[in-house]
Design a protein around this ligand. Structure first.
Ligand SMILES: Nc1ncnc2c1ncn2[C@@H]1O[C@H](COP(=O)(O)OP(=O)(O)OP(=O)(O)O)[C@@H](O)[C@H]1O
Ligand SMILES: [Mg+2]
Length: 426
């Protein structure tokens, strides 16, 4: 059958290029330092050294395993970009970007860091390792501050002063090291901040942020981490609230995901059939990561057929592939559970989980029992919050009602795929 050209649904216009940061009193570039700063240099180096970047003629615009690197590829985050810019530029505040895994925190940070570098800010980037201490973090950061932003030792000195390295950093020595930043403004991005698990590490960090603000240092921090709230990310004392701008990262809207998918297809010279797009949106359930994952596989399947239209059958095949690839991730959690049996209320848990995964939720994945398309399921949902169920769900009271959420990152999307297969949707 020839592929028909159905009417394309309307799409929101692409986001306008973000407002650039104004140039602060940036120091004159030091020829010894790569223009654009070390993060740019690192990106450049990895790109040049990557044999795949030369070998593959067309790289897919769908990149489920990598955060977004360019503003054009970051969909729907204009309010967050603008908030971050205003925080740093106008308010000289620190920023905390937090949310669930895969919601695009690092992607947002990449774009803000790029804009900051273009505007002449010094940019330092660091990702915390599991169990890292405050001292480890500061040692890494101090070592990465571009020399041209630092205080010079003396008029005759050719070398810029690198801060001393005490064997163990504390809040005072870290503050002194950041006081050595005398030119321009340095933005310090700390990704995976939630991994900083050593006792007092987050309290020390809060102290350091406060010192930077109180002393008017030329350093601002952007903390990025998996957390439900700002309080979960950082041990806050009251007075830090004034100096810290919180940027929560919700799920994307369907309109944004639609743009992400059609834009990606267009870049590959493919057209996304309306039924295929509907299925992609349904299975992605507002997750940028899942949309990227399904987009990557569906378009590869279309290309292997030598076709130019991505069909619902391509999306189904991609979904089954992702389901198989993801099965081992959740096997230990799901396999021991009697998901095919009826609960005392007569509900088959597999059905309940599928309906719960399909339920409309807020930007952070919370939903209420009433929105699950099964009658009287609240008790069964509660049962799934018990530790002997995994737990598969978590529960909380918010705004006077009981809300449920999935207990693991990407579990919602996995259950959607699993349920879609069981119900013959894919
Ligand atoms: N706004 C967006 N537009 C397009 N793709 C996005 C967007 N946000 C996230 N993605 C994609 O989703 C995936 C996850 O993004 P990213 O790594 O930035 O998330 P994260 O929140 O930092 O995840 P983690 O908590 O695991 O570190 C990547 O493939 C990225 O390309
Ligand atoms: Mg990340």
């Amino acid at each position: 059958m020839p592929e028909q050209e159905p009417m394309a649904p309307p799409h929101p216009p692409p986001i306008a290029p973000p407002i650039p940061l104004r140039r602060p009193d940036a120091p004159k570039p030091n020829p010894a330092v790569v223009p654009g700063g070390p993060a740019f240099a690192r990106q450049q180096a990895t790109h040049d050294a990557d044999p795949l970047s030369q070998a593959s003629p067309v790289r897919s615009p769908f990149t489920p395993t990598q955060p977004v690197q360019s503003g054009a590829a970051l969909i729907g985050r204009r309010p967050q970009i603008e908030r971050a810019i205003a925080a740093v530029e106008t308010e000289r505040a620190h920023v905390a970007i937090f949310g669930e895994r895969g919601h695009g925190k690092t992607s947002l940070a990449n774009i803000v860091a790029g804009l900051a570098e273009d505007a002449g800010y010094g940019v330092v980037r660091h990702a915390c390792s599991a169990g890292g201490s405050f001292s480890d973090l500061i040692a890494a950061i101090v070592g990465k501050i571009p020399a041209r932003y630092l205080h010079r030792v003396g008029a005759d000195a050719q070398e810029e002063a690198k801060p001393d390295h005490p064997p163990e950093w504390n809040v005072d020595t870290a503050t002194m090291a950041l006081q050595r930043i005398q030119f321009g403004q340095v933005l310090i991005f700390v990704d995976e901040f939630d991994r900083l698990a050593a006792p007092n590490a987050r309290r020390d960090m809060a102290e350091l942020l406060k010192n930077c603000s109180d002393l008017g240092l030329r350093a601002s921090f952007v903390l990025i981490g998996v957390a439900e709230s700002l309080g979960d990310l950082l041990a806050l004392h009251q007075s830090i609230h004034r100096n810290l701008v919180a940027i929560p990262m919700p799920l994307l809207t369907d309109a944004d995901l639609s743009l992400l998918l059609t834009q990606g297809c267009e870049r590959l010279g493919l057209r996304l059939e309306w039924e295929a797009e509907k299925l992609l949106l349904q299975l992605s359930h507002q997750s940028p990561f899942t949309a990227q994952q399904l987009g990557l596989h569906a378009t590869a399947i279309t290309q292997r057929r030598h076709a130019t239209v991505v069909t619902a059958a391509d999306v189904s095949a991609a979904a089954r592939l992702v389901l198989e690839e993801t099965r081992p991730v959740f096997a230990a959690l799901l396999d021991p559970l009697p998901l095919d049996r009826r609960s005392p209320d007569g509900t088959i848990w597999d059905d309940l989980l599928y309906e719960a995964a399909r339920a409309p939720c807020d930007g952070f994945g919370w939903f209420i029992a009433k929105d699950v398309n099964l009658p009287k399921c609240e008790d069964d949902l509660r049962t799934l919050t018990r530790p002997d169920s995994g737990p598969l769900l978590r529960v909380r009271r918010a705004a006077g009602r009981t809300e449920f959420g999935f207990a693991r990152a990407n579990l919602r999307n996995y259950l959607l795929l699993r349920g879609a297969e069981r119900n013959g949707v894919i």
